[in-house]
Design a protein around this ligand. Structure first.
Ligand code: FAD
Length: 521
């Protein structure tokens, strides 16, 4: 029987990144992916004959270090793709547009005062994002028994904060947990601009503008990317990233098996205690390895694949209590032609339907009580403009992240409930693109429950677990598993449920590989 140094469960981007780093250091690595395609939530799939889309549709903070270390450019990934224009849509065509990136972005549709405030706001947030950036690619110190090296991470963070200077340090402490609404109200007058700028702190989370918690930290996390928070769609689309990661993995010697669902992680018990020794596939096949690294969400990893019988009761309770119910649904439309959005000449930007922060807040209120929003808010891109192979010639794909759609519908996600949601979302779109209905050839809406079932992610959650203060940094996913190793020796976590979190970023895969290699020495 083949014996591997490390078996990685899950061939999403984090699993592939972790695998490649390990293989480049000489490890014999096997990636096991349950689906027939690699990429996880970023996999491109045909949702209607000839029309393809991926659930994740843009990049905002993919790690430059990972792209460089794995030489992804050599495999066709364009890390330097131009940033997309951000557009806060208005049904009368009076859009607010943020073009370019960083403090030099060009704003239109807002007052000169807001333009000036934007520059100051962006510079301040960029300083905060720069402060946190190095820590996204570092293992967080352990609570309680941190080694000297781990304690230095605290010292490093403290020093970086001190170096901000008295004013900025105070502002950082004040702003970090502020509700997005307060920060926007402090800085801007224009309602659309406020909704647009708060969006990236909220998307993927169970938070709305009035929620205190981690919206600003989420915003800063996304601002760690090349374009300081602006999104990009590389030539060849998201598929070009997954294809590049696959090629880099294969070149490094990683063995990859798709359609290989892991049923359980094999745990052996001897006089030294428990240790993982490989995995058992759904087919019954057993595979042996020194280490297992799971890019599957923490709940599935521990409760389904390890089993409560192998874990301490307190730890099991904490995993059980992880907050990981998704609130984002995904809309894919196959279009015969580009729709006409009122007052918009070009559709190659990232368009947000949320005319003010209260639109987002009210949409959240419905979902809190188990209903899909009566007036959904959403982010729209037309990915076929960056990758024409996604649709037949001359035709297009529209991709939208729709908030807020609860994982648990109070009456269950029946076909009728889904059809009603789909119609409501199309009606909302039609207020901005009146001809959309006549262009639709086919469409699908995936609720968080659908995402859970089709993509094997508990709760269909964007980050595999809420990116809230209780589940961040040295608490992600929970203490005793926040340094990628787990209470089971030889078992590691390497997916979005670990620090620094989800989104197409690569941090968990990168950091977990470091820990696995360290343990080997
Ligand atoms: C609706 C939605 C929209 C999003 N849009 C964006 C976006 O535009 N931009 C962005 O940056 N991020 C986006 N995200 C977030 C991003 O897609 C995820 O955070 C990211 O894909 C997580 O990567 P991962 O590799 O950790 O896990 P995943 O991509 O979830 O991969 C995990 C893999 O493990 C596999 N697996 C699970 N169980 C098993 C098993 N038992 N055996 C074998 N394999 C198994 C799964 O099939 C999957 O392939 C979005 C998420 C959602 C839900």
């Amino acid at each position: 029987m083949n014996h591997y140094d490390t078996i990685i469960i899950g061939g999403g981007h984090n699993g592939l990144i972790c695998a490649t780093y390990l293989a480049k250091k000489g490890q014999k690595v096997l990636v096991l992916e349950a689906s027939t395609e690699l990429g996880g939530l970023a996999a491109t799939r045909e949702f209607s004959p000839g029309f393809n889309a991926s659930v994740a549709h843009t990049l905002s903070h993919f790690s430059a270090k990972v792209a460089k270390d794995l030489n992804l450019a050599a495999y066709g990934f364009d890390f330097n793709a131009a940033p997309m224009t951000n557009i806060a849509l208005n049904s009368d065509g009076e859009h607010v547009i943020v073009e370019g990136w960083g403090a030099s972005s060009k704003l239109s549709g807002v007052s000169d005062k807001d333009k000036e405030s934007y520059r100051e706001y962006h510079q301040l947030l960029k300083r905060f994002a720069d402060l946190l950036k190095p820590f996204w690619l570092k293992t967080m110190p352990r609570i309680g028994h941190s080694s000297l090296k781990e304690s230095l991470t605290y010292a490093h963070l403290g020093l970086k904060m001190r170096m901000l200077g008295k004013h900025d340090m105070g502002e950082f402490m004040r702003v970090a947990t502020l509700p997005a609404r307060d920060l926007m109200d402090e800085n801007f007058d224009n309602k659309q601009l406020k909704a647009l700028l708060s969006w990236d702190g909220l998307i993927g989370s169970k938070m709305a503008p009035r929620s205190p918690n981690a919206t600003i930290l989420s915003l800063l996390y996304r601002m760690s990317g090349k374009y300081e928070g602006a999104h990009a769609l590389p030539k060849g689309g998201i598929e070009s990233l997954i294809n590049a990661l696959k090629s880099a993995a294969i070149t490094a010697g990683v063995e990859i098996r798709t359609g290989a669902k892991v049923k359980k992680i094999s745990i052996k018990a001897d006089e030294n205690g428990l240790r993982s020794e490989g995995v058992e596939l759904q087919s019954g096949e057993q595979l042996l390895s020194n280490n297992v690294a799971s890019a599957v969400d923490p709940k599935r990893t521990f409760l389904d694949m390890v089993g409560a019988e192998n874990l301490e009761i307190d730890f099991t309770h904490r995993i059980n209590r992880l907050r990981c119910e998704g609130y984002v649904a995904k809309l894919h439309l196959a279009l015969s032609d580009l729709p006409k959005f009122t007052g918009l000449d070009s559709l190659d930007g990232r368009m947000v339907i949320a005319e003010e922060m209260d639109s987002i807040e009210f949409a959240f209120d419905d979902a809190k009580y188990g209903e899909a929003s009566q007036k959904p808010v959403m982010e729209i891109v037309i990915p076929s403009l960056a990758d024409s192979s996604l649709a037949p010639k001359g035709q297009h794909v529209l991709s939208a992240h729709v908030m807020y759609v609860p994982y648990k519908h109070k009456n269950g996600w029946t076909e009728e409930a889904k059809a009603e949601l789909y119609e409501r979302v199309i009606d909302t779109l039609a207020s901005y693109a009146p001809d959309i209905r006549e262009k639709i050839i086919a469409g699908e809406i995936l609720t968080p429950l659908d995402l859970e079932q089709q993509y094997h992610v508990t709760g269909g959650h964007w980050h595999h677990g809420e990116l809230s203060i209780s589940q961040m940094l040295m608490m992600r996913p929970t203490y005793e598993a926040a340094q990628y190793n787990t209470p089971i020796p030889g078992l590691y976590l390497c997916g979005a449920g670990s620090h620094p979190g989800g989104g197409l970023m690569g941090g968990p895969g990168h950091n977990a590989a470091n820990e696995i290699l360290k343990a080997k020495q």
